[in-house]
Write a protein that binds this ligand. Structure first.
Ligand code: DAT
Length: 176
């Protein structure tokens, strides 16, 4: 059995389809709470925690075990905002809050097109959002009362979400 250890600051996972605003939201939240922002995509590239490049999906093939090993000590310490478009391979015990960002299809389409996505990469991501893949994945992987879905269509949504999450961080207390 894995022994529960107490952390003094919470760990938050910000997830959602690419383009829903995870990095923008995490950056602003890290600034307002002084928590540490960990962008998994950047970490995988910087520390080469992957098994090469997937030509079809046009992304690195993430090595989930290496990522989890890399993060274990930091997560145990607490005070992290993890930013990634997947959530089912992290240990459940790591997170106190799982935030799933959601964006209307037409808005997301424009954002991803502007980012240079096209063809299968674009349609896969739009489908991922239509079918609420990340919300389902989060609900299957974590206790339901720790998962929250937040709209991320406009800049005002980001401001509201960051304010709500900042309040939550300030009020968070370690479980006894
Ligand atoms: P992600 O990290 O989920 O891939 P991002 O934070 O990089 O997303 O945002 C992608 C682009 O969309 C970026 O140019 C900022 C913009 N954006 C994200 N969320 C937004 C929102 N709620 N309102 C307006 N623009 C947003």
């Amino acid at each position: 059995m894995v022994q529960e250890r107490r952390r003094n600051r919470p760990n938050i996972l910000i997830t959602g389809t690419p383009g829903t605003g995870k990095t923008t939201t995490s950056t602003a939240l890290a600034e307002s709470t002084q928590l540490r922002h960990i962008n998994i995509g950047d970490l995988v590239r910087e520390k080469k925690l992957h098994d090469g490049w997937d030509d079809e999906l046009e992304c690195h093939i993430i090595n989930e075990d290496l990522v989890c090993d890399e993060l274990e000590d930091l997560m145990e310490e607490g005070g992290n905002i993890v930013d990634y478009h997947g959530c089912d391979f992290f240990p459940e015990r790591w997170f106190d809050r799982i935030v799933v960002l959601q964006t209307e299809n037409s808005v997301l389409y424009d954002r991803l097109t502007r980012r240079g996505y096209s063809g299968a990469k674009l349609s896969n991501n739009i489908e991922c959002e239509i079918f609420q893949v990340l919300l389902e994945e989060a609900k299957e992987s974590y206790p339901e009362d720790t998962v929250v879905a937040l709209k991320s269509n406009t800049i005002e949504d980001i401001t509201t979400n960051v304010a709500t999450l900042t309040d939550w961080v300030r009020n968070w207390q370690p479980s006894s």
